[in-house]
Design a protein around this ligand. Structure first.
Ligand SMILES: *Cc1c(COP(=O)(O)O)cnc(C)c1O
Length: 258
């Protein structure tokens, strides 16, 4: 008896598409579209796409998705839960551990997991409290490492979001001068989810202003190079406002199951 699965494989055989290629093609198409939209946003802002790092957010997607994305030339991968990042990084290590991709830990981190980030992450995007900074510095010292970090800022003002209050961000950056095992490379934010990405432009603009107005001359730990902002729903506006790292999940891999 022929099943629907047989029919499906016949169709694939006819069109010379291997079963495992189908998802790749969808990712390839989405990636082409994303790159196009980034290029157009760069044009509007007088920027070069070379200034932008695309962080592929692979949370909930299996290693296969990462392999597909790598075959398409993607190099930077982000996870928001430390356990999931560790599990994937053990299979596919980041540059820190001799691999050829980079792992970005983009979600809130509990202090008792700081050592996992130190062990596996190439860049940590969510430094958001004095106590976490102290713990990360301690863990990084034990691992004989300087941990590259971004400070998360809560520009949307939502209670549900982590991050330093914008008015306290410069003081917080100053306070990090005491930690020789942290290297602060910029700021990160999650804008408020909205229908119209224009609504969050002021939040991205405020991030840029916070980065530009910080005087790091007396703070050897801080170098304001990166702005990690922009997700699937708002990345073009983020590019126009100066983002250097876009964190894209859905726009590349399609909807997540949770
Ligand atoms: C999931 C996640 C993203 C990506 O979200 P999409 O809307 O799927 O692009 C970006 N940043 C953080 C911190 C996330 O947790």
């Amino acid at each position: 008896m022929r099943t629907r699965e047989h029919d499906l494989y016949d169709v694939m055989a006819d069109s010379k598409i291997a079963p495992d290629q189908i998802a790749t093609d969808a990712i390839a198409e989405r990636l082409a579209d994303v790159r196009d939209r980034i290029a157009q946003a760069c044009d509007r802002a007088g920027r070069s796409p070379d200034e932008i790092t695309l962080v592929s957010v692979t949370k909930t997607f299996p290693l296969d998705a990462i392999e597909h994305a790598r075959s398409l030339g993607l190099h930077d991968f982000g996870e928001n839960k430390v356990q999931e990042m560790v599990a994937k990084a053990e299979e596919e290590p980041g540059e820190l551990n001799g691999g050829t991709l980079r792992w970005h830990m983009i979600g809130h981190l509990q202090r008792n997991k700081a050592k996992d980030v130190v062990a596996h992450a190439d860049l940590f995007h969510a430094l958001d409290s004095p106590r976490l900074a102290k713990e990360l510095n301690k863990r990084a010292r034990k691992a004989d490492r300087v941990m590259p970090c971004l400070v998360q800022v809560n520009v949307s003002g939502e209670d549900s979001k982590y991050g330093i209050h914008p008015d306290e961000t410069h003081d917080y950056l100053d306070s990090l001068a005491q930690y020789p095992h942290l290297h602060i490379l910029g700021l990160m934010t999650l804008a408020e989810p909205t229908e119209d990405p224009e609504d969050v432009r002021p939040q991205f603009r405020q991030m840029r202003r916070l980065a530009e107005t910080y005087d790091a001359t007396d703070n050897p730990r801080v170098e304001m190079r990166y702005l990690s902002m922009g997700m699937s729903g708002d990345f073009e506006v983020a590019v126009e406002e100066g983002a250097t790292h876009l964190r894209l999940g859905t726009a590349l891999f399609g909807p997540r199951s949770y």
